[in-house]
Ligand binder design. Structure first.
Ligand code: AMP
Length: 193
């Protein structure tokens, strides 16, 4: 199974992606996690990344596309994967679609997590207190949401129009376990088709 998750920061898609990847025994490919791991390298790239990420802005498409190309061809993705946090721009989306087409890795399912932005703000503030993530301070929340609306929302729209049969909107305001059940049901139905 090759799955893509869309949703604004704080929509709970990371939690759901982690649970679902475990359930399906496939890789949870979170570009945010991969980038955060790189921050501890201490080289010039990591300093630049830290600056961009802690402001709530997006890291360059070239860096992200390179990370994804390497990962998708690796053995870790052999059984499938969940893309969590990628693609986030039209350029990334174009890259992913041509890459998957050229390598016969067509996507199976796209989940779009929908949630009220006010609720998202509350969730992120709570998470920043629990995890002490430097990119979760209240000042950068607006930047992150703004980036989502400006850059990523159009990508999710593109997928909803061009992959309508594989595209599923999810009400992200529901309880974690309820959402997880819904995702598993959709996947079951898709497998039986
Ligand atoms: P996340 O954990 O997905 O919210 O990602 C944390 C931060 O990493 C984002 O705010 C961006 O700065 C950066 N990031 C993660 N994924 C991407 C991506 N696909 N494109 C650009 N920047 C990204």
């Amino acid at each position: 199974m090759k799955i893509v998750f869309f949703g604004p920061p704080g929509s709970g898609k990371g939690t759901q992606a982690k649970l679902l990847a475990k359930h399906l025994s496939i890789l949870h490919l979170s570009t945010g996690d991969i980038l955060r791991e790189k921050l501890s390298d201490g080289d010039s790239l990591s300093i630049k990344l830290k600056e961009v990420m802690s402001s709530g802005n997006l890291v360059s498409d070239e860096i992200l596309n390179q990370i994804i190309a390497n990962k998708l061809m690796s053995d870790e993705c052999r059984n499938g994967y969940i893309l969590d946090g990628y693609p986030r721009t039209i350029f990334q989306s174009d890259f992913l679609l041509s890459f998957t087409k050229n390598n016969n890795l067509n996507l199976d399912i796209i989940f779009n997590f929908k949630i009220d932005f006010k609720l998202v703000e509350q969730r992120i503030i709570l998470r920043s207190k629990q995890e002490q993530r430097s990119d979760d301070s209240i000042e950068v929340i607006k930047t992150r949401l703004h980036k989502y609306i400006e850059e990523t929302y159009p990508v999710s729209q593109f997928f909803s129009e061009n992959f309508s049969k594989n595209f599923f909107n999810i009400d992200a305001s529901q309880e974690v376990s309820k959402i997880q059940k819904e995702l598993i049901n959709i996947i079951k139905k898709a497998k039986n088709k």
